[in-house]
Write a protein of this length. Sequence first.
Length: 148
Amino acid sequence: MLDDTYFMKQALIEAQKAGERGEVPVGAVIVCKGRVIARAHNLTETLNDVTAHAEMQAITAAANVLGGKYLNECTLYVTVEPCVMCAGAIAWAQVGKLVFGADDEKRGYQKYAAQALHPKTEVVKGILSEECAVLMKEFFAAKRRAKG
């Protein structure tokens, strides 16, 4: 069944790709009318660009597919709570629904700008949160071990 869990698993695949590249393992997919129209993961290290978050990459790709900047009929699935920058982009794109896995207590939009999203954006939190959080925890634990 193509539900929030199914599409979050797709975002987790993207997050794993990011981790394999040495990127912070965050993945995103955008779904429109039951079909994935964009897949992305963090590329900040690869592109040497602090704005190259998974959500930003996915929003750009989805807008290109749809031929317009508004994603009000779309759902964005992302493995970790968006930061303030991404929440702003989600708002400007008027994303219809945001689904995220793990909370980001340190840098998530809810801490700094809880009202940042478009007022019509539906938010669903905690889908596969444990799986999403484990990817992040393992990634940063490995980084700390590597530093010795």
